[in-house]
Write a protein that binds this ligand. Structure first.
Ligand code: UT7
Length: 342
C-alpha cells in the first residue's frame, strides 16, 4: 500500500476585516463579550462581487500547487469540503475543476461534514491514494459564512463566531512508509443533528397550493420556515466538543502507539479559544505546540484546518519528521482526527 503526503498547502482570506467593534454597530453585542466567550477579535467577510466559496478555494489551491511545484494538470481528483456552497447543488468541487483550469475532466467530490469537513475530505483523499486509484489529489476547505448569517441581534449567539476563508492542500502518493498521513478517525452522532444546523432549504418545502409541508424533523415549521441561518445550542455543543476532542486525539495516538509527548503540533479546529485551551490543558501540551488563529478569523468551519496548515507552512514551522495531530468537532455531531508524520 502507498502512503499519502501533503506536498503543498495554501490559503486565502478575503481582505475585508470585520472587528468586534464593527459588529457592535449592527447588533446588540460587545467586543468584551465576544473576546471573553470565544477569543475572537476579528474575522473576514467576502465582498460578494469578488469572492465565492469555490473561487476562494481556487485561490488557496493555486498557492498550494505553487508550493508543491505542481500545476492544475497534475491533479487527478478534487475533494471539496464546505457547508456554504455557492449553489445548493452542484457542490463547488466541479467549479474548481473548471475555474482552476484543470484541462482533464477529473472527478470532483463534495464533502459536507461542517467543522470536521476538512478531516473527512483528507481521509477520503488518503484512501484513494493509499489504494493506488489516484496519485495527486487537491483537498480544499472553503466557507462563505457571511452571506448566510443573521447579523441582527436575533442571530448574535451564532453570527459573531463565524468568518469566511479557504485553505487547500495537495496530497500526493509516496512509497515511503511511516511518513505522511498515519491514520484518520471519523465519527458522528446524528441524534444531535438539530443542535447545530440550518434547516432550510433541505427540510422545508411547499405543496402545489403553496402550503408548507411538515416534515418529521421540523415540527415547529410555522415559526421560522425558510430560515436559512444557523441555529445552535452553544452550551451543549461546547460540552460535547471538549469530550470528543480529547477522545479522538487519544484514539489517533493509541492507534499508532504514540503519546502526547511525541506530538510536535496540535492543529485544532477553531470554534472557541476556550475549547482549545481546555483540550490543551487536559493533554498537557505547551503553548508552542498548539496553534490558534481564531482571534483573526473566527470559525471558518471546513477552511480552518487547511488555513492553519498553510500558515504553519509559511512560517517555516513544519519540519521533516514532525508529528502533527489535526482534530475537529462540530455540527452533526461529527468529529474527527488525523495523525501526520511530515
Ligand atoms: O463550529 C461548531 C462548533 N461550535 C462550537 O463549538 C461552539 C460551542 N459553544 C460556544 O463556543 C459557546 O457556547 C458560545 C461562545 C457560543 C456562547 O458562550 P456561552 O458562554 O455558552 O454563552 P451563552 O450562550 O450561555 O449566553 C450567555 C448570555 C445569554 O444571555 P443571558 O441569557 O445570560 O441573559 C445570551 O443571550 O450571553 C448572551 N449572548 C450574547 N451577548 C452579547 C449570546 N450571544 C451574545 C452576543 N453578544 N453575541
Amino acid at each position: 500500500m502507498y502512503s499519502s503526503r501533503i506536498v503543498g498547502a495554501g490559503h486565502y482570506v478575503p481582505p475585508k476585516v470585520v472587528t468586534n467593534k464593527d459588529l457592535e454597530k449592527i447588533m446588540d453585542t460587545s467586543d468584551e463579550w465576544i473576546r471573553e466567550r470565544s477569543g475572537i477579535e476579528e474575522r473576514r467577510f467576502v465582498d460578494i462581487a469578488e469572492d465565492t466559496t469555490a473561487g476562494m478555494g481556487v485561490k488557496a489551491a493555486k498557492i498550494a500547487l505553487e508550493r508543491a511545484g505542481l500545476t492544475p494538470d497534475d491533479i487527478d481528483f478534487i475533494v471539496f469540503a464546505t457547508l456554504s456552497p455557492d449553489y445548493f447543488f452542484p457542490g463547488p468541487g466541479v467549479t474548481v475543476q473548471h475555474e482552476l483550469g484543470c484541462k482533464r475532466n477529473i472527478g470532483a467530490l463534495d464533502v459536507r461534514n461542517q467543522c470536521s469537513g476538512f478531516i473527512y475530505a483528507l481521509s477520503t483523499a488518503d484512501q484513494f491514494i493509499k489504494t493506488g486509484m489516484y496519485k495527486t489529489i487537491l483537498v480544499i476547505g472553503s466557507e462563505t459564512h457571511s452571506n448566510g448569517l443573521d447579523l441582527s441581534t436575533r442571530g448574535r449567539a451564532v453570527s459573531v463566531l463565524f468568518g469566511d476563508g479557504a485553505g487547500a492542500v495537495v496530497l500526493q502518493r509516496s512509497e515511503e512508509q511511516g511518513k505522511g498521513i498515519l491514520s484518520t478517525h471519523l465519527h458522528s452522532q446524528g441524534e444531535f443533528a438539530d443542535v447545530l444546523c440550518v434547516r432550510a432549504p433541505g427540510n422545508v418545502s411547499k405543496d402545489a397550493n403553496g402550503n408548507l409541508i411538515k416534515t418529521k424533523y421540523y415540527p415547529n415549521m410555522e415559526e421560522d420556515a425558510f430560515n436559512t441561518t444557523p441555529q445552535m445550542d452553544g452550551q451543549l455543543v461546547f460540552k460535547n466538543a471538549i469530550i470528543r476532542f480529547t477522545e479522538v486525539i487519544n484514539e489517533a495516538l493509541e492507534a499508532n502507539n504514540l503519546s502526547t509527548n511525541d506530538l510536535d503540533m496540535f492543529v485544532p479546529h477553531q470554534a472557541n479559544l476556550r475549547i482549545t485551551q481546555f483540550v490543551q490543558k487536559k493533554m498537557q501540551l505547551p503553548d508552542e505546540k498548539v496553534y490558534s488563529n481564531i482571534q483573526r478569523y473566527g470559525n471558518t468551519t471546513a477552511a480552518t484546518i487547511p488555513i492553519i496548515l498553510s500558515e504553519l507552512w509559511e512560517q517555516g514551522r513544519i519540519k521533516e519528521n514532525d508529528l502533527f495531530v489535526l482534530a475537529a468537532f462540530g455540527s452533526g455531531f461529527t468529529w474527527a482526527s488525523a495523525l501526520i508524520r511530515w
